[in-house]
Design a protein around this ligand. Structure first.
Ligand SMILES: C[S@@+](CC[C@H](N)C(=O)[O-])C[C@H]1O[C@@H](n2cnc3c(N)ncnc32)[C@H](O)[C@@H]1O
Length: 266
């Protein structure tokens, strides 16, 4: 085994990161090995980075099998009965937990001009597919979701089926080009760009330019995980303007308590 294999094994031996897809740990690990003095430091730096971009948002206790049972107890396709169960589960990921208070208006407002939506790609989705019961989707719509956790994606795959939608949830690193079987009507990139840009500065630009979608719903957090706003709104709005500069895209802006969202028509 070489050093990179040792690093991947060491990182995935920890309960917090054992389900992070291997190729992503390998990519991050290779970067850290090139920068650090030895394997031990590179393992520590890789875990720190994983914490910053993903682990910090996710509760330490995830009970996917139990949650699936609770979701399956609801009459198939009954979206209003699914809502309270989904809201409880979404409270276990900081990003969706912050959105819960605005969920009744979030998708109704941002997707009003597109409803009913026929196909969605949810990039670095976290627990957001559990908000499907609030989304104005067409019956039998297609929903693709990507994040780096294998166990979360297996759970969301079952949930997408339970909602009687087509599509898939796959453990995948979205810093690599996202391959889809078809072009989608809408890609959602919620509060993900600041995380992704911590690893790759051009991630936001690449996603906005290359995602195979007619429309994009992009958002940025209005406050940090610690709860302070620190002028974040202005900074992220400026960053977004930079990302779309030079493109003749139509943009609508929406401000919610926990995030600033932009609906883009390409
Ligand atoms: C701030 S959370 C946003 C989650 C979700 N989009 C939402 O708004 O509720 C960032 C998410 O990005 C995921 N993530 C970080 N790096 C990623 C990568 N390279 N590829 C795919 N997902 C990634 C994390 O696991 C985490 O779920």
């Amino acid at each position: 085994m070489n050093q990179l294999d040792d690093l991947v094994t060491a990182v995935r031996a920890s309960s917090k990161y054992k389900y992070v897809c291997e190729d992503y740990v390998r990519n991050l690990g290779a970067q850290e090995l090139a920068r650090r003095a030895n394997l031990k430091e590179a393992v520590k730096a890789t875990k720190n980075k994983l914490h910053q971009v993903a682990g910090a948002y996710l509760d330490s206790t995830t009970r996917y099998a139990e949650w699936l049972q609770q979701l399956r107890a609801v009459q198939p396709g009954d979206m209003s009965a699914l809502r309270p169960v989904c809201a409880r589960i979404m409270s276990h990921h900081a990003s969706t937990r912050e959105r819960l208070a605005s969920l009744d208006s979030f998708y109704a407002q941002t997707l009003a001009r597109l409803a009913p939506v026929h196909s969605v790609l949810d990039v670095a989705c976290g627990f957001n597919p559990l908000a499907i019961p609030w989304m104005p989707l067409a019956p039998g719509a297609t929903y693709y979701a990507f994040d780096i956790y294998e166990d979360l994606m297996a759970f969301l795959h079952e949930f997408i089926n339970l909602c009687q939608l087509h599509g898939d949830a796959q453990a995948s690193n979205v810093l690599q080009p996202v391959a889809l079987p078809q072009r989608v009507q809408l890609a959602v990139v919620l509060k993900a760009i600041p995380c992704l840009e911590q690893v790759d500065k051009s991630a936001g630009k690449n996603l906005l330019e290359h995602l195979d979608a007619d429309h994009l719903l992009v958002s940025f957090p209005a406050r940090s995980l610690g709860g302070r706003s620190k002028g974040m709104l202005n900074n992220y709005e400026a960053r977004f303007m930079e990302l779309i500069s030079g493109h003749n895209w139509q943009v609508e802006r929406f401000e919610f308590a926990s995030e600033l969202a932009f609906f883009i028509t390409k």
